[in-house]
Design a binder for this molecule. Structure first.
Ligand SMILES: NC(=O)c1ccc[n+]([C@@H]2O[C@H](COP(=O)([O-])OP(=O)(O)OC[C@H]3O[C@@H](n4cnc5c(N)ncnc54)[C@H](OP(=O)(O)O)[C@@H]3O)[C@@H](O)[C@H]2O)c1
Length: 254
């Protein structure tokens, strides 16, 4: 069964730039009102301006998702000012800390997991009751190819652990909610030309590991990446289907 997204409301984390921004804009084009969540208010305002130019509705919700109190505040603001959320796109993530694990600060490791995993689960758990009550909801957790190949990128321990946990959380929650009308899926966005990739290339090779740096520099030099818009375009059609517990990959559907 397919459902039109028109008239729905979405909360998109990481909507200030990159894949999150492109997803928010394409949801707006499909007639979805969007709550835009990230820390950088100026970037969110720019996304909101572009939503407005498309004739859509956007709400800027600045929040640091590394803090659970901010997660709750963001949900409250969205519910108060935009209404009940039908679609949750958990896109926000950080790729740090990078480098040899012995030099990684455990507090930083935990902070990354708080953003990349804990906030994702907290947003889903808080929005689930209203979705379940209406027998319809879409939760998408933006993952990474590293979850399927955790040994492939040495020096990204927190990121690998976080994305693997994210996918296990996604599939377990989907199984729990089977038949409820609320679907939960993960999305591997592909290798995408964004600020996250530029930030990795800007790190000192000696600090993060020469092989890791070389991998990202080469992918950029070879023009192997897709745009955020291409990545988002491969996600959007999935939101109209009832599929759940799946891991979609941009390359499979674009
Ligand atoms: N780019 C790729 O090749 C690639 C590949 C595989 C997976 N992914 C995944 O795709 C998603 C988006 O990545 P991207 O490349 O578009 O990254 P990006 O350009 O760095 O964008 C990340 C977004 O997340 C937000 N964010 C980060 N920390 C946050 C926090 N503590 N609280 C609230 N918002 C926060 C950022 O805004 P602020 O910094 O302003 O808060 C920004 O809007 C991530 O889940 C990433 O793991 C990307």
């Amino acid at each position: 069964m397919t459902t039109s997204l028109e008239g729905k409301t979405a909360l998109v984390t990481g909507a200030g730039r990159g894949i999150g921004r492109a997803t928010a804009l394409q949801l707006a084009e499909a007639g979805v009102a969007v709550a835009l969540v990230a820390r950088s208010e100026d970037q969110l305002a720019e996304t909101a301006d572009r939503v407005n130019e498309l004739g859509g509705t956007a709400l800027v919700v600045p929040a640091d998702l590394g803090e659970l109190s901010e997660v709750s505040r963001a949900i409250q603001q969205t519910n108060d000012e935009l209404g009940v959320v039908d679609v949750l796109i958990n896109d926000a993530a950080v790729v740090w800390p990078l480098g040899p694990s012995v030099s990684v600060d455990s507090n930083e490791w935990a902070a990354a997991i708080a953003i990349n995993v804990v906030a994702v689960a907290a947003l889903s758990f808080a929005l689930l009751p209203a979705m379940s009550e209406r027998n319809w909801g879409r939760i998408v957790n933006v993952s990474s190819g590293i979850a399927a190949h955790p040994g492939s990128m040495i020096g990204m321990n927190a990121y690998a652990a976080g994305k693997a946990a994210l996918e296990a959380h996604t599939i377990n929650l989907a199984a729990e909610l089977a038949g409820s009308g609320v679907t939960v899926n993960a999305f591997g966005p592909g290798s995408v030309d964004t600020a996250m990739q530029a930030w990795i290339r800007g790190q000192e090779p000696a600090q993060i590991g020469a092989a890791l740096h070389e991998r990202f520099a080469r992918s950029y030099a070879e023009g192997a990446m897709i745009t955020p818009e291409q990545s988002a375009r491969s996600l959007l059609p999935h939101l109209s289907s009832d599929a759940t517990g799946q891991i979609w990959n941009a390359s499979e559907s674009s």
